[in-house]
Design a binder for this molecule. Sequence first.
Ligand code: ZN
Length: 263
Amino acid sequence: MPELPDVEVFRRLFEQKALNLEIAEVAVNSPEMLVGIEADAWRSKLVGSQFTETLRHGKHLLTALSGGAWVVWHFGMSGFFSVFARMDEEPPHDRVRIDFASGSRLGYSCQRKLGEVGLTPSPDTFLKEKGLGPDALDPSLDRSSFVRSLSTKRGTIKSALMDQKLLAGVGNVYSDEILFQASVYPGARTSDLQEERLAAIHEAMRRVLQQAIDAGADPQAMPEGFLLPRRESDASCPRCGGSVEKKKFSGRSGFYCPSCQSV
Ligand SMILES: [Zn+2]
């Protein structure tokens, strides 16, 4: 599922390939992916306009239109953008396609249709409506505000990191990586963690997300010592060589090393 680093990679692709180009045509192949707006209304907002800037907040990408509104993109479990020129290059699960006057096309694919595409007057309006917490890489989410907001949480540390109302951008995969790097057991009760361990999780969160972006969110390009390319039971732990285990935490399957991650 696309998380903060993946969506940041999508944002950079969008910046490179979709800004300041006149939108000639829009195809809505799966109208049910649009939230809060009819396909015709959405289409007429885009055609003749241009995208002028991008903003990522957690797992959401917002792209400004020269007409004033912002298109909101969420990638669900399997969404991604592709850029192509010829129609025979269109991916099979393209739900929305934007054709630019220049001849290039931007496709939004989402095989399982769990993503969402919408329109909002402004990023502030959207963030308030969704009740999203600060982006996990926002400088305002510093060590002390991170510790303060987590110290009020009940439940496991893994579910706290994945709570988008607390902080936005971390999901199942990166919560595992952050806790592995911080040597914290995913099932630890957040309220049992001392301040210095929460601070270590904050430090790991910043480092892991930035390193994952630097790796283009490609599992095979992650730094040595990442758990991410070894998300399978009985894979060997990159730190101690022991067995990686899979277990459900708050209903989500997590991967961890029982030797390296203590409560
Ligand atoms: Zn280990």
